[in-house]
Design a protein around this ligand. Structure first.
Ligand SMILES: Cc1ncc(COP(=O)(O)O)c(C=O)c1O
Length: 470
């Protein structure tokens, strides 16, 4: 059998993530609480090396000398006789390329097991359906990815599953819900999309576990590098791998990581429902993960700089970034994250049309509804697409989110230029007739750069990658 169910294979290929203590590595990345075998090679105590090597040449069972992990494009596997029944028998149950990506994510999250699926939504839906019984009760938070909220509010009730929705910081409401109901699962993002609210993972995990409730943290905005949800006490960590993990806006994917027992329960249902990750997407995830630590470090630094820049700008009324002291859960973010991620959210002084003009005037960032991609900085106006739907307006108002809300998503491009263009766009009164193209963007970069305040500070920050991370 060429696939070993364990994680990092070194020396005699029996080494695996599965027990032992590790604290913090030289890079300040959290490892405390991660279960890493004593046999694990020293260089794999650094997240960057884990991202590059884990799951691949250190024990990969694929018979090939290729340096990169091959894409196994097959829907089925043959066996010579029944006693040699192949692990995967059929493509919906697994794929050797996908297993490598799963092992990498497990190694970074300190998980016994990871299941990769076709998208982040697929991962959360299959997880809910596998772990929450019909007629059960869950707790979720007011602020979260809109489609997750829609699923919780409209589809789960069809299975008799009720949800109590609480503010991410309202621990009393969580306690009350746990006392009043038999809660199977507490599901929360941290940081949340798009207000970047943070949940005290250690605290809520202790509370939930005292009542036998599982905790699932959607850590998409945090990445597996900035936050180790399992080490903090969560039972499952979920990611939309479409974002930072893949990192190049070229593949969809979603994953859940946790104990072998929990993940295999979800895997059993996943094997029935389908939603298998395409092996080509698995390849792109493996490739993306080799630069995850570099991208995230750069994106952490740039996004915090942009948040500080925007916070000091007279035309910006509100900035949401967990790295800012003004953020309501800054103290929580500081204690459980090593960096705050690459997304800032902010409101400019003006109405929806003014905000639309601002976005249209941004020259370099592309207008796109996704984040975590490294190639380009982008921006999204989460409420714009549905600004005319009354239900969305009410929903946004419930969580104090203005319709004029912006969500710039920084890439690994030059932070000084991004800052200059953000500032320049706030001063634009008239939107251009059509979306800018790259060549067009260069026209005003120099003018915009000249307007950037605190250029000296920017210079020194730029020479110290990671200095804005905690
Ligand atoms: C926090 C969060 N979780 C889950 C998802 C869903 O992921 P996907 O788009 O890969 O289905 C998203 C998508 O934006 C998200 O922002």
């Amino acid at each position: 059998m060429w696939y070993h169910g364990n994680l990092i294979h070194v020396e005699d290929s029996a080494a695996a993530v599965g027990g032992g203590d590790v604290s913090c590595n030289l890079n300040g990345v959290q490892l405390s609480g991660l279960a890493v075998s004593k046999k694990t090679a020293d260089f794999l105590s650094f997240d960057g090396s884990v991202g590059v090597y884990a799951g691949e040449r250190l024990g990969r069972g694929i018979v090939t000398d290729a340096v990169t992990t091959p894409v196994v494009n097959t829907s089925a596997y043959f066996f010579k006789k029944t006693s040699e029944l192949f692990d995967f028998k059929y493509g919906r149950y697994g794929n050797p390329t996908t297993v490598v990506a799963e092992e990498k994510i497990s190694a970074l999250e300190g998980a016994e097991s990871t299941l990769l699926m076709a998208s982040g939504m697929c991962a959360s839906i299959v997880m809910f359906m596998a772990l929450v019984p019909a007629g059960g009760h869950i707790v979720a938070t007011t602020v979260c990815y809109r489609k997750s909220r829609i699923f919780i509010e409209t589809v789960l009730p069809k299975m008799g599953i009720e949800a109590t929705i609480i503010d991410p910081a309202d621990v009393d409401a969580l306690e009350h819900a746990l006392d009043k109901n038999e809660v199977t699962l507490f599901f929360t993002e941290s940081p949340t999309n798009p207000l970047l609210r943070c949940v005290d993972i250690e605290l809520v995990s202790k509370l939930c576990h005292s009542k036998g409730t599982l905790v699932c943290v959607d850590g998409t905005f945090a990445t597996p590098l900035n936050q180790k949800a399992l080490a903090l006490g969560a039972d499952i960590v979920l990611h939309s791998a479409t974002k930072y993990i893949t990192g190049h806006n070229d593949a969809l994917g979603g994953c859940i990581s946790g104990s072998e027992k929990l993940i295999s329960t979800v895997r059993t249902l996943h094997n029935i429902l389908g939603g298998a990750l395409n092996p080509n997407a698995a390849y792109l995830i493996i490739r993306g993960m080799k630069t995850l630590h570099l991208r995230v470090q750069q994106q952490n630094t740039t996004a915090l700089r942009m948040a500080k820049l925007l916070e000091g700008h007279p035309k910006v009324t509100q900035v949401y970034c967990p790295g800012l002291v003004s953020h309501p859960e800054h103290y929580v973010a500081k204690q459980q994250m090593t960096g705050f991620g690459g997304v800032d959210s902010f409101e400019i002084d003006g109405d929806l049309m003014k905000t639309a003009k601002f976005i249209d005037a941004l020259k370099i960032p592309c207008i796109a509804p996704s984040f975590g991609g490294s190639v380009k900085t982008g921006t999204a106006l989460p409420n714009m697409g549905c600004a005319w739907e009354e239900a969305v307006a009410v929903e946004a108002a419930e969580v104090n989110m203005k319709m004029e809300f912006n969500e710039p998503l920084v890439g690994v491009d030059d932070p000084k230029t991004i800052g200059a263009l953000l500032v320049a766009a706030t001063e634009t009164e008239d939107a251009p007739k059509e979306n800018p193209v790259d060549g067009d963007a260069e026209l005003n970069v120099e003018t915009a750069k000249a307007r950037l305040p605190s250029a000296g500070e920017a210079e020194s920050l730029n020479s110290q990658p990671g200095s804005d991370t905690m």
